[in-house]
Design a binder for this molecule. Structure first.
Ligand code: FAD
Ligand code: SIN
Length: 567
Protein backbone atom coordinates (compact mmCIF):
# COMPACT_ATOMS: atom_id res chain seq x y z
CA UNK A 1 0.00 0.00 0.00
CA UNK A 2 1.20 3.53 -0.72
CA UNK A 3 2.23 5.51 2.36
CA UNK A 4 -0.31 8.04 3.44
CA UNK A 5 0.21 11.58 4.53
CA UNK A 6 0.53 12.87 8.09
CA UNK A 7 -2.22 11.65 10.41
CA UNK A 8 -2.55 14.94 12.32
CA UNK A 9 -5.93 16.41 11.44
CA UNK A 10 -6.84 20.03 11.16
CA UNK A 11 -10.38 20.64 12.48
CA UNK A 12 -11.26 22.77 9.48
CA UNK A 13 -11.35 22.14 5.69
CA UNK A 14 -12.84 23.85 2.65
CA UNK A 15 -14.34 20.53 1.49
CA UNK A 16 -14.73 17.17 3.19
CA UNK A 17 -15.10 14.18 0.84
CA UNK A 18 -16.29 11.04 2.61
CA UNK A 19 -15.25 7.88 0.75
CA UNK A 20 -12.32 7.00 -1.48
CA UNK A 21 -13.86 4.93 -4.27
CA UNK A 22 -13.88 6.10 -7.88
CA UNK A 23 -16.34 8.87 -6.98
CA UNK A 24 -14.53 10.23 -3.92
CA UNK A 25 -11.02 10.05 -5.40
CA UNK A 26 -12.05 11.66 -8.68
CA UNK A 27 -13.98 14.40 -6.88
CA UNK A 28 -10.95 15.20 -4.72
CA UNK A 29 -8.84 15.47 -7.87
CA UNK A 30 -11.36 17.64 -9.72
CA UNK A 31 -11.84 20.15 -6.88
CA UNK A 32 -9.92 23.39 -7.42
CA UNK A 33 -6.38 22.95 -6.09
CA UNK A 34 -6.50 26.04 -3.86
CA UNK A 35 -9.09 24.33 -1.67
CA UNK A 36 -8.05 22.33 1.40
CA UNK A 37 -9.70 18.97 1.01
CA UNK A 38 -10.12 16.18 3.56
CA UNK A 39 -10.58 12.73 2.00
CA UNK A 40 -12.00 10.55 4.74
CA UNK A 41 -12.18 6.80 4.29
CA UNK A 42 -13.09 4.06 6.68
CA UNK A 43 -10.61 1.41 5.62
CA UNK A 44 -7.49 1.68 3.47
CA UNK A 45 -7.68 4.23 0.67
CA UNK A 46 -8.22 1.66 -2.09
CA UNK A 47 -10.92 -0.42 -0.39
CA UNK A 48 -14.39 -0.19 -1.93
CA UNK A 49 -16.59 -1.57 -4.70
CA UNK A 50 -14.68 0.47 -7.26
CA UNK A 51 -11.56 -1.55 -6.64
CA UNK A 52 -13.58 -4.76 -7.18
CA UNK A 53 -15.05 -3.66 -10.51
CA UNK A 54 -14.39 -6.23 -13.20
CA UNK A 55 -16.31 -5.79 -16.46
CA UNK A 56 -15.33 -2.24 -17.21
CA UNK A 57 -16.61 1.22 -17.93
CA UNK A 58 -19.17 2.02 -20.60
CA UNK A 59 -18.54 4.87 -23.04
CA UNK A 60 -19.55 5.37 -26.67
CA UNK A 61 -16.06 6.20 -27.91
CA UNK A 62 -15.75 3.77 -30.80
CA UNK A 63 -16.46 5.27 -34.26
CA UNK A 64 -19.14 2.61 -34.82
CA UNK A 65 -21.02 3.77 -31.71
CA UNK A 66 -22.48 7.09 -30.58
CA UNK A 67 -23.79 8.64 -27.36
CA UNK A 68 -27.36 8.53 -28.61
CA UNK A 69 -27.26 4.73 -28.77
CA UNK A 70 -25.75 4.64 -25.30
CA UNK A 71 -28.54 6.94 -24.11
CA UNK A 72 -31.20 4.71 -25.65
CA UNK A 73 -29.80 1.57 -24.06
CA UNK A 74 -29.57 3.27 -20.66
CA UNK A 75 -33.16 4.54 -20.84
CA UNK A 76 -34.42 1.13 -21.88
CA UNK A 77 -32.64 -0.65 -19.02
CA UNK A 78 -34.02 1.95 -16.56
CA UNK A 79 -37.64 0.95 -17.47
CA UNK A 80 -39.09 4.43 -17.70
CA UNK A 81 -37.57 5.91 -14.56
CA UNK A 82 -34.33 7.44 -15.83
CA UNK A 83 -33.90 11.16 -15.73
CA UNK A 84 -33.41 11.98 -19.39
CA UNK A 85 -31.29 15.08 -18.82
CA UNK A 86 -28.98 13.27 -16.40
CA UNK A 87 -28.45 10.35 -18.80
CA UNK A 88 -27.85 12.71 -21.70
CA UNK A 89 -25.31 14.63 -19.64
CA UNK A 90 -23.53 11.41 -18.67
CA UNK A 91 -23.28 9.83 -22.13
CA UNK A 92 -22.27 13.09 -23.80
CA UNK A 93 -19.42 13.63 -21.35
CA UNK A 94 -18.21 10.03 -21.32
CA UNK A 95 -15.52 10.46 -24.00
CA UNK A 96 -13.90 13.33 -22.12
CA UNK A 97 -13.82 11.37 -18.86
CA UNK A 98 -12.22 8.38 -20.59
CA UNK A 99 -9.64 10.61 -22.25
CA UNK A 100 -8.78 12.02 -18.82
CA UNK A 101 -8.34 8.52 -17.36
CA UNK A 102 -6.08 7.53 -20.25
CA UNK A 103 -4.09 10.73 -19.86
CA UNK A 104 -3.62 10.00 -16.14
CA UNK A 105 -2.27 6.56 -17.04
CA UNK A 106 -5.12 4.04 -16.82
CA UNK A 107 -4.02 1.17 -19.03
CA UNK A 108 -7.20 0.01 -20.77
CA UNK A 109 -6.83 -3.03 -23.02
CA UNK A 110 -6.22 -2.20 -26.65
CA UNK A 111 -6.81 -3.84 -29.99
CA UNK A 112 -3.88 -2.57 -31.98
CA UNK A 113 -3.81 1.18 -31.34
CA UNK A 114 -7.51 1.43 -30.55
CA UNK A 115 -9.21 0.94 -27.18
CA UNK A 116 -10.70 -2.57 -27.00
CA UNK A 117 -14.43 -2.87 -26.29
CA UNK A 118 -16.51 -5.71 -24.97
CA UNK A 119 -20.23 -6.37 -25.03
CA UNK A 120 -22.31 -6.58 -21.86
CA UNK A 121 -25.98 -7.31 -21.29
CA UNK A 122 -28.50 -4.86 -22.76
CA UNK A 123 -25.87 -2.81 -24.62
CA UNK A 124 -26.64 -2.62 -28.34
CA UNK A 125 -22.91 -2.25 -29.14
CA UNK A 126 -19.65 -3.47 -27.66
CA UNK A 127 -18.80 -0.30 -25.68
CA UNK A 128 -17.30 -1.47 -22.41
CA UNK A 129 -13.66 -0.49 -21.95
CA UNK A 130 -11.70 -2.81 -19.73
CA UNK A 131 -8.38 -3.71 -18.26
CA UNK A 132 -8.52 -7.52 -18.30
CA UNK A 133 -11.02 -8.42 -15.54
CA UNK A 134 -9.64 -5.96 -12.97
CA UNK A 135 -10.73 -2.66 -14.52
CA UNK A 136 -11.65 -1.16 -11.15
CA UNK A 137 -8.19 -1.84 -9.74
CA UNK A 138 -6.53 -0.23 -12.77
CA UNK A 139 -8.62 2.93 -12.32
CA UNK A 140 -8.30 3.11 -8.53
CA UNK A 141 -4.52 2.56 -8.50
CA UNK A 142 -4.11 5.46 -10.91
CA UNK A 143 -6.45 7.80 -9.03
CA UNK A 144 -4.88 6.95 -5.65
CA UNK A 145 -1.40 7.71 -6.98
CA UNK A 146 -2.62 11.09 -8.27
CA UNK A 147 -4.38 11.94 -5.01
CA UNK A 148 -1.26 11.15 -2.97
CA UNK A 149 0.73 13.61 -5.10
CA UNK A 150 -1.64 16.47 -4.27
CA UNK A 151 -0.58 18.69 -1.36
CA UNK A 152 -4.06 20.16 -0.92
CA UNK A 153 -5.66 16.78 -0.19
CA UNK A 154 -5.28 15.24 3.26
CA UNK A 155 -6.19 11.57 3.30
CA UNK A 156 -7.65 10.41 6.61
CA UNK A 157 -7.92 6.62 6.48
CA UNK A 158 -9.32 4.13 8.99
CA UNK A 159 -11.77 6.89 9.89
CA UNK A 160 -15.53 6.47 9.88
CA UNK A 161 -17.89 9.39 9.38
CA UNK A 162 -20.71 9.05 11.90
CA UNK A 163 -23.07 11.92 11.22
CA UNK A 164 -23.43 15.29 9.60
CA UNK A 165 -22.98 18.45 11.60
CA UNK A 166 -25.78 20.83 10.66
CA UNK A 167 -26.05 24.55 11.30
CA UNK A 168 -28.47 25.36 14.18
CA UNK A 169 -31.29 26.13 11.70
CA UNK A 170 -30.69 22.67 10.18
CA UNK A 171 -30.69 24.14 6.68
CA UNK A 172 -27.01 23.66 5.79
CA UNK A 173 -24.09 21.46 6.67
CA UNK A 174 -21.10 22.61 8.60
CA UNK A 175 -19.11 19.42 8.91
CA UNK A 176 -19.11 15.84 10.12
CA UNK A 177 -18.41 13.83 13.24
CA UNK A 178 -15.60 11.34 12.79
CA UNK A 179 -14.43 8.24 14.64
CA UNK A 180 -10.68 7.95 14.18
CA UNK A 181 -7.71 6.74 16.20
CA UNK A 182 -9.72 6.14 19.38
CA UNK A 183 -11.24 9.61 19.25
CA UNK A 184 -14.48 11.16 18.13
CA UNK A 185 -13.92 14.59 16.69
CA UNK A 186 -15.75 17.14 14.56
CA UNK A 187 -14.38 18.39 11.27
CA UNK A 188 -15.80 21.69 10.13
CA UNK A 189 -16.53 22.55 6.49
CA UNK A 190 -19.30 24.28 4.59
CA UNK A 191 -19.14 21.55 1.92
CA UNK A 192 -19.49 17.82 2.58
CA UNK A 193 -19.46 15.32 -0.29
CA UNK A 194 -20.89 11.89 0.49
CA UNK A 195 -19.19 9.22 -1.65
CA UNK A 196 -19.60 6.23 0.62
CA UNK A 197 -20.71 3.74 -2.05
CA UNK A 198 -23.59 1.30 -1.90
CA UNK A 199 -25.26 -0.81 0.77
CA UNK A 200 -24.98 -4.40 -0.46
CA UNK A 201 -24.05 -5.57 3.02
CA UNK A 202 -27.70 -5.26 3.97
CA UNK A 203 -28.29 -8.50 2.06
CA UNK A 204 -26.95 -11.91 3.07
CA UNK A 205 -25.72 -12.57 -0.45
CA UNK A 206 -23.79 -9.74 -1.98
CA UNK A 207 -20.86 -9.03 -4.26
CA UNK A 208 -20.08 -5.86 -2.28
CA UNK A 209 -17.11 -5.51 0.07
CA UNK A 210 -17.53 -5.17 3.84
CA UNK A 211 -17.30 -1.37 3.73
CA UNK A 212 -20.55 -1.17 1.71
CA UNK A 213 -22.93 -0.57 4.61
CA UNK A 214 -24.77 2.37 3.06
CA UNK A 215 -23.39 4.82 5.65
CA UNK A 216 -23.68 7.97 3.55
CA UNK A 217 -27.30 7.29 2.62
CA UNK A 218 -28.24 6.66 6.26
CA UNK A 219 -26.30 9.72 7.43
CA UNK A 220 -28.02 11.94 4.83
CA UNK A 221 -31.43 10.56 5.79
CA UNK A 222 -30.89 11.26 9.50
CA UNK A 223 -29.90 14.81 8.59
CA UNK A 224 -33.21 15.28 6.74
CA UNK A 225 -32.10 14.96 3.10
CA UNK A 226 -34.54 13.66 0.49
CA UNK A 227 -33.80 10.11 -0.69
CA UNK A 228 -35.16 8.55 -3.88
CA UNK A 229 -36.15 5.13 -5.28
CA UNK A 230 -34.72 3.07 -2.43
CA UNK A 231 -36.67 -0.05 -3.48
CA UNK A 232 -34.52 -0.47 -6.60
CA UNK A 233 -31.66 -2.84 -5.90
CA UNK A 234 -29.88 -4.72 -8.64
CA UNK A 235 -29.16 -8.41 -8.17
CA UNK A 236 -26.27 -9.62 -10.29
CA UNK A 237 -27.06 -13.04 -11.82
CA UNK A 238 -23.65 -14.63 -11.44
CA UNK A 239 -21.82 -14.64 -8.12
CA UNK A 240 -19.67 -17.62 -7.19
CA UNK A 241 -21.68 -19.99 -5.01
CA UNK A 242 -19.61 -22.45 -3.09
CA UNK A 243 -19.74 -23.29 0.63
CA UNK A 244 -17.21 -21.13 2.51
CA UNK A 245 -16.39 -18.97 -0.52
CA UNK A 246 -17.31 -15.26 -0.74
CA UNK A 247 -19.92 -14.28 -3.33
CA UNK A 248 -17.14 -13.34 -5.72
CA UNK A 249 -18.48 -11.77 -8.91
CA UNK A 250 -18.17 -13.65 -12.17
CA UNK A 251 -18.30 -10.71 -14.53
CA UNK A 252 -21.07 -10.18 -17.03
CA UNK A 253 -18.30 -9.69 -19.56
CA UNK A 254 -17.88 -13.47 -19.38
CA UNK A 255 -21.38 -13.84 -20.85
CA UNK A 256 -20.63 -10.98 -23.24
CA UNK A 257 -17.69 -13.06 -24.52
CA UNK A 258 -19.93 -16.09 -25.04
CA UNK A 259 -20.27 -18.09 -21.78
CA UNK A 260 -23.46 -20.12 -21.32
CA UNK A 261 -25.73 -20.34 -18.30
CA UNK A 262 -26.75 -23.94 -17.74
CA UNK A 263 -28.64 -25.86 -15.10
CA UNK A 264 -27.78 -29.03 -13.18
CA UNK A 265 -28.64 -31.11 -16.27
CA UNK A 266 -26.56 -28.98 -18.64
CA UNK A 267 -29.65 -27.32 -20.14
CA UNK A 268 -29.14 -23.72 -21.44
CA UNK A 269 -32.29 -22.22 -19.92
CA UNK A 270 -31.91 -18.41 -20.28
CA UNK A 271 -33.69 -18.32 -23.68
CA UNK A 272 -36.80 -19.80 -22.07
CA UNK A 273 -37.18 -16.51 -20.21
CA UNK A 274 -36.03 -13.83 -22.69
CA UNK A 275 -35.14 -13.70 -26.38
CA UNK A 276 -31.72 -12.22 -25.54
CA UNK A 277 -30.88 -15.25 -23.38
CA UNK A 278 -27.83 -14.71 -21.15
CA UNK A 279 -27.50 -11.13 -22.42
CA UNK A 280 -30.95 -9.97 -21.37
CA UNK A 281 -30.96 -7.14 -18.77
CA UNK A 282 -29.53 -8.14 -15.42
CA UNK A 283 -32.82 -8.17 -13.51
CA UNK A 284 -34.33 -10.45 -16.15
CA UNK A 285 -31.45 -12.94 -15.99
CA UNK A 286 -31.44 -12.93 -12.16
CA UNK A 287 -35.17 -13.63 -12.06
CA UNK A 288 -34.78 -16.29 -14.75
CA UNK A 289 -32.31 -18.10 -12.48
CA UNK A 290 -34.58 -17.60 -9.46
CA UNK A 291 -37.64 -18.99 -11.29
CA UNK A 292 -35.72 -21.79 -12.96
CA UNK A 293 -34.36 -22.95 -9.60
CA UNK A 294 -37.86 -22.80 -8.09
CA UNK A 295 -39.11 -24.94 -10.98
CA UNK A 296 -36.34 -27.51 -10.98
CA UNK A 297 -34.87 -27.76 -7.47
CA UNK A 298 -36.28 -29.21 -4.27
CA UNK A 299 -34.25 -26.67 -2.25
CA UNK A 300 -34.24 -23.54 -4.45
CA UNK A 301 -32.92 -21.24 -1.68
CA UNK A 302 -29.65 -23.11 -1.51
CA UNK A 303 -29.42 -24.31 -5.11
CA UNK A 304 -27.34 -22.77 -7.88
CA UNK A 305 -26.91 -22.89 -11.63
CA UNK A 306 -23.65 -22.94 -13.61
CA UNK A 307 -21.75 -20.61 -15.89
CA UNK A 308 -19.84 -22.47 -18.55
CA UNK A 309 -16.88 -20.52 -19.95
CA UNK A 310 -15.73 -23.24 -22.30
CA UNK A 311 -17.62 -21.88 -25.37
CA UNK A 312 -15.27 -18.86 -25.22
CA UNK A 313 -12.10 -20.82 -25.94
CA UNK A 314 -9.03 -21.19 -23.68
CA UNK A 315 -6.83 -18.50 -25.18
CA UNK A 316 -9.44 -15.81 -24.96
CA UNK A 317 -10.36 -16.86 -21.40
CA UNK A 318 -6.71 -16.57 -20.36
CA UNK A 319 -6.36 -13.14 -21.93
CA UNK A 320 -9.63 -11.63 -20.68
CA UNK A 321 -10.25 -13.21 -17.29
CA UNK A 322 -6.99 -13.93 -15.44
CA UNK A 323 -8.38 -12.89 -12.07
CA UNK A 324 -11.54 -14.99 -12.41
CA UNK A 325 -9.38 -17.99 -13.36
CA UNK A 326 -7.24 -17.43 -10.24
CA UNK A 327 -10.03 -16.95 -7.76
CA UNK A 328 -11.93 -19.97 -9.11
CA UNK A 329 -8.75 -22.01 -8.86
CA UNK A 330 -8.42 -21.04 -5.19
CA UNK A 331 -11.88 -22.55 -4.65
CA UNK A 332 -11.04 -25.72 -6.52
CA UNK A 333 -12.71 -24.87 -9.83
CA UNK A 334 -10.83 -25.27 -13.11
CA UNK A 335 -12.77 -23.04 -15.50
CA UNK A 336 -11.19 -24.76 -18.52
CA UNK A 337 -12.62 -28.11 -17.46
CA UNK A 338 -15.86 -27.40 -15.60
CA UNK A 339 -18.62 -24.79 -15.27
CA UNK A 340 -18.61 -22.36 -12.31
CA UNK A 341 -21.44 -22.73 -9.73
CA UNK A 342 -23.22 -19.36 -9.58
CA UNK A 343 -26.35 -17.69 -8.22
CA UNK A 344 -27.64 -14.12 -7.96
CA UNK A 345 -26.38 -11.71 -5.28
CA UNK A 346 -27.17 -8.12 -4.31
CA UNK A 347 -24.85 -5.96 -6.36
CA UNK A 348 -25.85 -2.35 -6.93
CA UNK A 349 -28.24 0.11 -5.30
CA UNK A 350 -29.97 2.33 -7.85
CA UNK A 351 -31.71 4.34 -5.12
CA UNK A 352 -29.90 6.86 -2.97
CA UNK A 353 -29.64 10.49 -1.96
CA UNK A 354 -31.57 12.60 -4.48
CA UNK A 355 -29.26 14.96 -6.38
CA UNK A 356 -29.45 17.43 -9.19
CA UNK A 357 -27.06 17.64 -12.14
CA UNK A 358 -24.56 19.50 -9.95
CA UNK A 359 -24.57 16.60 -7.44
CA UNK A 360 -26.25 18.89 -4.90
CA UNK A 361 -28.71 17.30 -2.46
CA UNK A 362 -31.71 18.92 -0.79
CA UNK A 363 -29.47 20.22 2.05
CA UNK A 364 -27.30 23.27 1.34
CA UNK A 365 -23.61 22.38 1.11
CA UNK A 366 -24.29 18.64 1.01
CA UNK A 367 -23.36 16.77 -2.16
CA UNK A 368 -23.67 13.08 -3.00
CA UNK A 369 -21.84 11.22 -5.77
CA UNK A 370 -21.26 7.66 -6.97
CA UNK A 371 -23.43 4.85 -5.71
CA UNK A 372 -24.60 6.92 -2.72
CA UNK A 373 -26.35 9.34 -5.05
CA UNK A 374 -29.55 9.04 -7.00
CA UNK A 375 -28.70 11.19 -10.00
CA UNK A 376 -31.46 9.62 -12.08
CA UNK A 377 -29.17 7.94 -14.60
CA UNK A 378 -30.09 4.38 -13.63
CA UNK A 379 -33.86 4.55 -13.18
CA UNK A 380 -35.22 1.20 -12.02
CA UNK A 381 -32.26 -0.80 -13.27
CA UNK A 382 -28.67 0.16 -14.04
CA UNK A 383 -27.18 -0.70 -17.39
CA UNK A 384 -23.99 -2.73 -16.92
CA UNK A 385 -20.78 -0.68 -16.54
CA UNK A 386 -22.60 2.64 -16.29
CA UNK A 387 -21.73 2.99 -12.65
CA UNK A 388 -18.02 3.78 -12.88
CA UNK A 389 -18.91 6.25 -15.59
CA UNK A 390 -21.52 7.92 -13.39
CA UNK A 391 -18.95 8.16 -10.55
CA UNK A 392 -16.58 10.15 -12.78
CA UNK A 393 -19.08 12.37 -14.58
CA UNK A 394 -20.90 13.59 -11.48
CA UNK A 395 -17.76 13.81 -9.31
CA UNK A 396 -16.29 16.11 -11.97
CA UNK A 397 -19.19 18.50 -11.41
CA UNK A 398 -17.51 19.47 -8.14
CA UNK A 399 -14.87 21.34 -10.11
CA UNK A 400 -17.51 24.05 -10.44
CA UNK A 401 -18.38 24.20 -6.77
CA UNK A 402 -18.88 27.49 -5.03
CA UNK A 403 -17.61 27.64 -1.48
CA UNK A 404 -19.57 29.67 1.03
CA UNK A 405 -17.70 32.11 3.29
CA UNK A 406 -15.63 30.06 5.62
CA UNK A 407 -16.72 28.92 8.98
CA UNK A 408 -13.98 29.02 11.56
CA UNK A 409 -13.83 26.10 13.90
CA UNK A 410 -13.20 26.85 17.52
CA UNK A 411 -10.98 24.53 19.54
CA UNK A 412 -12.75 21.45 20.77
CA UNK A 413 -13.35 20.75 24.43
CA UNK A 414 -11.73 17.43 25.20
CA UNK A 415 -13.47 14.87 27.37
CA UNK A 416 -12.82 11.22 28.05
CA UNK A 417 -15.17 8.33 28.31
CA UNK A 418 -14.80 5.10 30.20
CA UNK A 419 -16.96 2.82 28.17
CA UNK A 420 -18.39 -0.46 29.29
CA UNK A 421 -20.53 -1.67 26.45
CA UNK A 422 -19.47 -5.32 26.35
CA UNK A 423 -22.83 -6.72 27.43
CA UNK A 424 -24.73 -4.69 24.84
CA UNK A 425 -22.41 -5.69 22.02
CA UNK A 426 -23.56 -9.30 22.02
CA UNK A 427 -27.08 -8.25 21.02
CA UNK A 428 -25.90 -5.64 18.53
CA UNK A 429 -23.67 -8.16 16.81
CA UNK A 430 -26.50 -10.70 16.73
CA UNK A 431 -28.75 -8.17 14.97
CA UNK A 432 -25.91 -7.32 12.57
CA UNK A 433 -25.84 -11.04 11.65
CA UNK A 434 -29.62 -11.57 11.41
CA UNK A 435 -30.61 -8.45 9.46
CA UNK A 436 -29.00 -9.43 6.10
CA UNK A 437 -30.75 -12.83 6.07
CA UNK A 438 -34.08 -11.21 6.88
CA UNK A 439 -33.58 -8.69 4.08
CA UNK A 440 -32.46 -11.34 1.58
CA UNK A 441 -35.54 -13.46 2.27
CA UNK A 442 -38.05 -10.60 2.32
CA UNK A 443 -36.67 -7.90 0.01
CA UNK A 444 -34.40 -9.95 -2.29
CA UNK A 445 -35.08 -10.97 -5.89
CA UNK A 446 -38.76 -11.70 -5.35
CA UNK A 447 -40.83 -9.67 -2.89
CA UNK A 448 -44.35 -10.04 -1.49
CA UNK A 449 -46.41 -7.78 0.76
CA UNK A 450 -46.75 -10.31 3.54
CA UNK A 451 -43.01 -10.97 3.88
CA UNK A 452 -42.17 -7.28 3.52
CA UNK A 453 -44.63 -6.46 6.29
CA UNK A 454 -43.23 -9.07 8.63
CA UNK A 455 -39.68 -7.92 7.97
CA UNK A 456 -40.61 -4.28 8.56
CA UNK A 457 -42.17 -5.21 11.89
CA UNK A 458 -38.99 -7.06 12.91
CA UNK A 459 -36.64 -4.28 11.80
CA UNK A 460 -38.66 -1.72 13.74
CA UNK A 461 -38.55 -3.92 16.84
CA UNK A 462 -34.77 -4.10 16.57
CA UNK A 463 -34.51 -0.35 16.09
CA UNK A 464 -36.74 0.26 19.14
CA UNK A 465 -34.88 -2.21 21.32
CA UNK A 466 -31.47 -0.70 20.49
CA UNK A 467 -32.64 2.84 21.22
CA UNK A 468 -32.29 2.28 24.97
CA UNK A 469 -28.73 0.90 24.75
CA UNK A 470 -26.03 3.06 26.39
CA UNK A 471 -23.75 2.85 23.34
CA UNK A 472 -26.58 3.93 21.04
CA UNK A 473 -27.51 6.83 23.32
CA UNK A 474 -23.85 7.81 23.45
CA UNK A 475 -23.72 8.02 19.62
CA UNK A 476 -27.03 9.88 19.44
CA UNK A 477 -26.03 12.52 21.98
CA UNK A 478 -22.59 13.56 20.73
CA UNK A 479 -22.15 17.31 21.03
CA UNK A 480 -20.51 19.32 18.25
CA UNK A 481 -17.12 20.71 19.20
CA UNK A 482 -16.59 18.16 21.91
CA UNK A 483 -13.67 15.87 21.21
CA UNK A 484 -14.06 12.56 23.00
CA UNK A 485 -11.13 10.31 23.75
CA UNK A 486 -12.04 6.65 24.07
CA UNK A 487 -10.42 4.48 26.68
CA UNK A 488 -9.48 1.61 24.34
CA UNK A 489 -9.25 0.49 20.73
CA UNK A 490 -11.87 -2.05 21.68
CA UNK A 491 -14.30 0.82 22.33
CA UNK A 492 -13.50 2.23 18.88
CA UNK A 493 -14.29 -1.13 17.27
CA UNK A 494 -17.53 -1.41 19.27
CA UNK A 495 -18.61 2.05 18.13
CA UNK A 496 -17.81 1.21 14.51
CA UNK A 497 -19.90 -1.98 14.60
CA UNK A 498 -22.74 -0.16 16.34
CA UNK A 499 -22.68 2.77 13.91
CA UNK A 500 -22.76 0.43 10.90
CA UNK A 501 -25.52 -1.69 12.42
CA UNK A 502 -27.65 1.38 13.11
CA UNK A 503 -27.09 2.56 9.54
CA UNK A 504 -28.11 -0.82 8.14
CA UNK A 505 -31.22 -0.90 10.32
CA UNK A 506 -32.26 2.57 9.18
CA UNK A 507 -31.75 1.53 5.56
CA UNK A 508 -33.58 -1.76 6.11
CA UNK A 509 -36.55 0.24 7.35
CA UNK A 510 -36.38 2.56 4.33
CA UNK A 511 -35.94 -0.18 1.71
CA UNK A 512 -38.81 -2.22 3.15
CA UNK A 513 -41.09 0.80 3.38
CA UNK A 514 -40.33 1.81 -0.22
CA UNK A 515 -40.73 -1.77 -1.49
CA UNK A 516 -44.10 -2.07 0.24
CA UNK A 517 -45.33 1.13 -1.30
CA UNK A 518 -44.48 0.28 -4.91
CA UNK A 519 -47.34 -2.03 -5.86
CA UNK A 520 -45.93 -3.15 -9.20
CA UNK A 521 -42.81 -4.81 -10.65
CA UNK A 522 -40.19 -2.82 -12.49
CA UNK A 523 -36.44 -3.23 -13.00
CA UNK A 524 -34.71 -4.32 -9.80
CA UNK A 525 -37.99 -4.34 -7.83
CA UNK A 526 -40.06 -7.48 -8.39
CA UNK A 527 -43.28 -8.12 -6.47
CA UNK A 528 -44.75 -11.59 -6.91
CA UNK A 529 -48.11 -10.15 -5.77
CA UNK A 530 -47.92 -7.39 -8.42
CA UNK A 531 -45.89 -9.06 -11.20
CA UNK A 532 -46.76 -6.48 -13.89
CA UNK A 533 -45.31 -3.03 -14.58
CA UNK A 534 -48.00 -0.42 -14.09
CA UNK A 535 -48.28 2.94 -15.84
CA UNK A 536 -49.58 4.43 -12.61
CA UNK A 537 -46.17 3.77 -11.12
CA UNK A 538 -44.18 5.62 -13.70
CA UNK A 539 -43.06 7.83 -10.80
CA UNK A 540 -40.25 7.99 -8.27
CA UNK A 541 -40.66 7.24 -4.60
CA UNK A 542 -39.22 9.92 -2.34
CA UNK A 543 -38.53 9.73 1.37
CA UNK A 544 -37.71 12.42 3.89
CA UNK A 545 -37.78 11.46 7.54
CA UNK A 546 -40.71 9.04 7.87
CA UNK A 547 -42.70 10.63 5.06
CA UNK A 548 -42.85 8.70 1.79
CA UNK A 549 -44.47 10.13 -1.32
CA UNK A 550 -44.55 9.65 -5.08
CA UNK A 551 -43.02 12.26 -7.36
CA UNK A 552 -45.95 14.33 -8.52
CA UNK A 553 -45.47 14.16 -12.27
CA UNK A 554 -45.28 10.99 -14.29
CA UNK A 555 -41.92 10.47 -15.90
CA UNK A 556 -42.11 10.64 -19.66
CA UNK A 557 -39.40 9.06 -21.73
CA UNK A 558 -38.23 11.41 -24.44
CA UNK A 559 -36.35 8.73 -26.26
CA UNK A 560 -38.64 8.67 -29.28
CA UNK A 561 -38.53 12.41 -29.75
CA UNK A 562 -34.84 12.92 -30.28
CA UNK A 563 -32.83 12.10 -33.31
CA UNK A 564 -29.23 12.40 -32.25
CA UNK A 565 -27.06 14.05 -29.63
CA UNK A 566 -23.63 14.44 -31.10
CA UNK A 567 -21.78 11.39 -32.26
P1 FAD B 1 -17.02 2.66 -3.48
O1 FAD B 1 -16.03 2.38 -4.50
O2 FAD B 1 -17.71 1.52 -2.84
O3 FAD B 1 -16.28 3.49 -2.34
C1 FAD B 1 -16.94 3.84 -1.14
C2 FAD B 1 -15.92 4.44 -0.20
O4 FAD B 1 -16.55 4.99 0.95
C3 FAD B 1 -14.92 3.44 0.33
O5 FAD B 1 -13.67 4.08 0.34
C4 FAD B 1 -15.38 3.20 1.77
O6 FAD B 1 -14.37 2.80 2.64
C5 FAD B 1 -15.88 4.58 2.12
N1 FAD B 1 -16.83 4.67 3.22
C6 FAD B 1 -18.01 4.01 3.35
N2 FAD B 1 -18.61 4.41 4.49
C7 FAD B 1 -17.80 5.32 5.08
C8 FAD B 1 -17.88 6.07 6.27
N3 FAD B 1 -18.93 6.00 7.11
N4 FAD B 1 -16.85 6.89 6.59
C9 FAD B 1 -15.76 6.98 5.78
N5 FAD B 1 -15.66 6.29 4.62
C10 FAD B 1 -16.67 5.48 4.28
N6 FAD B 1 -19.57 -0.90 -12.08
C11 FAD B 1 -19.16 -0.65 -13.35
O7 FAD B 1 -19.48 0.41 -13.90
N7 FAD B 1 -18.38 -1.56 -13.99
C12 FAD B 1 -17.98 -2.73 -13.42
O8 FAD B 1 -17.27 -3.50 -14.03
C13 FAD B 1 -18.41 -3.01 -12.10
N8 FAD B 1 -18.05 -4.17 -11.50
C14 FAD B 1 -18.38 -4.35 -10.19
C15 FAD B 1 -17.93 -5.48 -9.54
C16 FAD B 1 -18.20 -5.67 -8.20
C17 FAD B 1 -17.72 -6.89 -7.49
C18 FAD B 1 -18.96 -4.70 -7.49
C19 FAD B 1 -19.26 -4.86 -6.04
C20 FAD B 1 -19.44 -3.57 -8.15
C21 FAD B 1 -19.16 -3.40 -9.50
N9 FAD B 1 -19.60 -2.27 -10.17
C22 FAD B 1 -19.20 -2.04 -11.45
C23 FAD B 1 -20.31 -1.22 -9.48
C24 FAD B 1 -19.32 -0.11 -9.14
O9 FAD B 1 -18.07 -0.69 -8.88
C25 FAD B 1 -19.73 0.71 -7.96
O10 FAD B 1 -21.04 1.12 -8.05
C26 FAD B 1 -18.86 1.95 -7.87
O11 FAD B 1 -17.51 1.58 -7.94
C27 FAD B 1 -19.13 2.70 -6.61
O12 FAD B 1 -18.13 3.66 -6.45
P2 FAD B 1 -18.23 4.64 -5.22
O13 FAD B 1 -17.04 5.52 -5.30
O14 FAD B 1 -19.56 5.25 -5.17
O15 FAD B 1 -18.13 3.67 -3.94
C1 SIN C 1 -19.63 -7.13 -14.14
O1 SIN C 1 -18.44 -7.17 -14.46
O2 SIN C 1 -20.44 -8.01 -14.39
C2 SIN C 1 -20.11 -5.99 -13.34
C3 SIN C 1 -20.36 -4.88 -14.23
C4 SIN C 1 -21.23 -3.89 -13.53
O3 SIN C 1 -21.66 -4.08 -12.40
O4 SIN C 1 -21.51 -2.87 -14.17
Amino acid sequence: MPRLKSPSISPHFDVIVVGSGAAGLYAALCLPTHLRVALVTKNTINMGSSNYAQGGIAAAVDPSDNPFLHLEDTLKAGVGLCDYEAVKFMVENAAEAIAHLVEMGVAFDRKGEKLAMTLEAAHSRPRVLHSADTTGRAIIDTLVAKVLERPNIQVISQAIALNLWLAPQKDRVQGISLLHQSKIQWLKSSVVVLATGGGGQIFAQTTNPEVSTGDGTAIAWRAGAILRDLEFFQFHPTALTKPGAPHFLISEAVRGEGAHLIDEKGYRFAFDYHAAGELAPRDVVSRAIFHHLHKTSSDPTHAHVYLDLRPIGPERIRYRFPNIINVCQQWGIDVFQEPIPVSPAAHYWMGGVACDLMSQTSIRGLYAIGETASTGVHGANRLASNSLLECLIFAAQLSRIEIEPNLVARDSDISQINSDWNREMEQIEAIRQMLPSLMWESAGISRHEELLNQALYQVNRWRDSLASFEIVKFLANLLPNEMIELNSTNAEEQLRITAETLNLLDLGYLILKSSMSRAESRGGHYRSDYPKTSNDWNVHTLIQGDRLWKSSTKIKSKRLKIKSIGS
